[in-house]
Write a protein that binds this ligand. Structure first.
Ligand SMILES: Cc1cc2nc3c(=O)[nH]c(=O)nc-3n(C[C@H](O)[C@H](O)[C@H](O)COP(=O)(O)OP(=O)(O)OC[C@H]3O[C@@H](n4cnc5c(N)ncnc54)[C@H](O)[C@@H]3O)c2cc1C
Length: 169
């Protein structure tokens, strides 16, 4: 085995469950990706935490999506919406992660892609490139429209939902 091969093995030795627990200490917001499906009048939504701003000029974001219905829809449409969830929208996060309750959260089409009617901020994005990384696809997208509605965020930390604690300095 070459030195380069040995270094690769050493660096790749982290157990996935241990990695998951460790990386969960990086707190994120929670967002819902949305996309239209031509045979279905209702938009499809999916909960994500992998929403990242990449550049300001041009305004660019990325999301990381595993195989499933949303992956297929974004690949087909080339556009998607992102709605940032507020602290009282844990139910929306659970709904769009597969725990379907009786009431579907409402969507509004501000320009081209439906995003959640109630959310902290929304984005309408056009895919500019995609990068396959193991079992996930990174969709890099240009932000075509966005706006802030406002409020306190829903957070995800150490596999649990949290709200921002107000602190005094
Ligand atoms: C707080 C939070 C953050 C999350 N962040 C992310 C994130 O950043 N990225 C992410 O990808 N998910 C994330 N998830 C999980 C995601 O919300 C759920 O897995 C959701 O149900 C996927 O929606 P879907 O319509 O694409 O999947 P569906 O098509 O409804 O599929 C449901 C499940 O089956 C799996 N599946 C379906 N088809 C295939 C296939 N062909 N091959 C392999 N697996 C398949 C999907 O991966 C999914 O887990 C997050 C969940 C939570 C609660």
């Amino acid at each position: 085995m070459s030195t380069a091969d040995a270094a690769h093995v050493d660096m790749g030795g982290v157990d996935p469950a241990h990695f998951r627990k460790t990386v969960g200490n990086f707190a994120t917001g929670v967002a819902v990706v949305s996309c239209t499906d031509e045979g279905d009048p209702a938009p499809h939504g999916m909960t994500i935490s992998s929403f990242t701003s990449i550049s300001l000029t041009p305004p660019t974001i990325l999301i990381s999506i595993k195989p499933g219905r949303m992956h297929k829809l974004i690949s087909k449409e080339g556009w998607f919406g992102v709605s940032v969830l507020g602290e009282d929208q844990k139910g929306h996060s659970q709904f769009f992660a597969g725990e379907r309750g009786p009431e579907t959260p409402s969507f509004a089409t501000r320009n081209r892609i439906p995003t959640l009617k109630d959310c902290l901020a929304w984005f309408e994005c056009e895919v500019t490139s995609r990068i396959q990384v193991h079992d996930h696809t990174l969709f890099v997208a240009k932000v075509m429209h966005c706006d802030v509605i406002g409020g306190a965020p829903l957070l995800f930390f150490s596999s649990r939902y949290n709200a921002v604690q107000s602190s005094q300095s």
